[in-house]
Design a protein around this ligand. Structure first.
Ligand code: G6P
Length: 369
């Protein structure tokens, strides 16, 4: 096992650090920037199904569901296809309306999650085209779907999912870009800049990982907090959910992820000087609005840990701690902003003496209902 950990103390840390490589492996051979081409067999062979779809339904559980939420933003923004994201466990039992004009995308690291598998069967019975995004080759979901794309993240051993999440977002971005090109919903220039920027992501993730020591110091300050709030907007709303899930899973601290603007409809009541609030405030999208959310937290004496874009000035003046990530296109920011949140959970869990790789009561793959 020590050999498998490759010199890291835990699988989770190893897998966090593998992300630059895993993301590269995910788009290698698929993203051909010089030819302005995305080649993915599972999509190429069924392009008509996607292009003519009335909508895309995404089903998943846990972290994979969060990747699905990011994909909703990407598909709608880039390819202008309506998307619904569902917990597989809710979808399968709520008598959903499914037609043969729907495409269902099931996202699953293991490819074995019982609820996701059941949702696939239901969609197939109702005539939908079913596409799988899995990590484990030859898994049940990979076999049950009409077509699919592997994430090629390599084995993920830590129960808390890390590299599976970022590689799922990478695959889903490639699909969205492919469809956008086919539908003409992006200009040539926009399309090219996406391809170029995707190729920079592994290097930018490396840069984001360099904040590890600074994050460890932040973890030291907040490791005994009983609660934690995570806020983000737009593309980074699902990242806030994922950040909170990561902390809950491995450190057993109660954490909630919220869309920053919804804070005023409830969570703001919880904010006092003992409440750490992690805010994703990159310079794209809703930056100014997030800044005003940060001001609201500050005036209630909450402790602010902000994930910002390199060179940020405004948030730095307000926050108690800032963690920088490199600049990128808004749609790709989740691939960078997720990294510090993974590291923060890791260090806090470690300091609390928790079993990082095998948290209590959780399973890597949930094959029962
Ligand atoms: C379990 C794991 C999570 C994972 C979820 C979905 O709860 O502990 O890390 O996100 O299942 O798993 P899947 O393999 O379908 O992505």
């Amino acid at each position: 096992e020590e050999i498998e950990k490759g010199g890291y103390d835990h699988f989770m840390l190893k897998e966090i650090y593998e992300q630059p490589r895993a993301i590269l492996d995910t788009y290698r051979g698929r993203l051909l920037a010089d030819q302005k081409l995305i080649k993915m067999a599972g999509i190429d062979e069924h392009l008509d199904k996607f292009v003519n779809a009335n909508r895309i339904i995404i089903v998943a559980c846990g972290t994979s569901w969060h990747a699905g939420l990011v994909a909703e933003y990407i598909f709608e923004d880039l390819a202008r296809i309506p998307v619904e994201v569902e917990y597989a466990s809710e979808f399968r039992y709520r008598n959903p309306v499914i037609t043969d004009k729907d495409v269902l995308i099931a996202i699953s690291q293991s490819g074995e999650t019982a609820d996701t598998l059941a949702a696939i069967k239901l969609a197939k019975e109702n005539g939908a085209f079913v596409f799988g995004v899995c990590n484990v080759v030859g898994s049940s979901i990979a076999r049950e779907t009409n077509a699919g794309a592997y994430t090629h993240a390599g084995p993920e051993i830590g129960v808390a999912s890390t590299k599976a999440f970022t590689t799922q977002i990478t695959v889903l971005s490639l699909i969205a870009l492919k469809l956008a090109q086919e539908k003409g919903s992006l200009t040539d220039e926009q399309f090219t800049s996406f391809l170029t920027e995707l190729e920079y992501i592994p290097t930018k993730v490396e840069v984001a990982l360099q904040s590890n020591d600074a994050i460890e110091k932040i973890a030291e300050v907040y490791k005994d907090s009983p609660n934690c709030l995570y806020l983000g907007r737009g593309y980074n709303f699902p990242v806030a959910l994922e950040g909170a899930l990561k902390l809950k899973e491995i450190s057993y601290i109660h954490a909630e992820g919220y869309p920053a603007a919804e804070m005023k409809h409830g969570p703001i009541a919880l904010i006092d000087e003992s409440m750490p609030v992690i805010v994703i405030a990159t310079n794209k999208g809703h930056y100014e609005k997030v800044v005003s959310n940060i001001q609201e937290i500050k005036s209630r004496k909450g402790k602010i840990i902000a994930v910002v874009t390199e060179g940020d000035v405004q948030v730095k003046e307000l926050a108690d701690h800032v963690i920088e990530v490199p600049e990128t296109l808004e749609a790709l920011t989740p691939l960078l902003t997720t990294i510090p949140l993974q590291l923060l959970s890791y260090h806090i869990a470690l300091m609390r003496g928790c079993n990082v790789d095998q948290p209590r009561n959780l399973a890597k793959s949930v094959t029962v209902e």
